[in-house]
Design a protein around this ligand. Sequence first.
Ligand SMILES: [Zn+2]
Ligand SMILES: [Zn+2]
Length: 104
Amino acid sequence: MSDKTLTCRDCGAEFLFTENEQAFYREKGFQNEPQRCPNCRAAKKDRQRDGGRDGYGGGYARQMYPAVCAQCGRQTEVPFRPSPDKPVYCKDCFQPKERRRDRY
Ligand SMILES: [Zn+2]
Ligand SMILES: [Zn+2]
């Protein structure tokens, strides 16, 4: 047994299929040698993880919590759990500083 040089089918780079990895593959009963270099394998894993997160995020996105605006007292909803010691503002009262400066 010795290290093998394989060619990545994604980027065409040569990479080592080491003795250890070959042993690992045999142990797992894998019939195929790895098709991609470690870089491409990692990149593929990242893409899959991102895709999964996106798919999950779709249904998960808008968890809203009811809150009362500390400024005008109106009922509103905020995308985070309101904490009792921090004021919560509705969309009208929670504005970027520039616009708030205009009002005063
Ligand atoms: Zn590659
Ligand atoms: Zn308000």
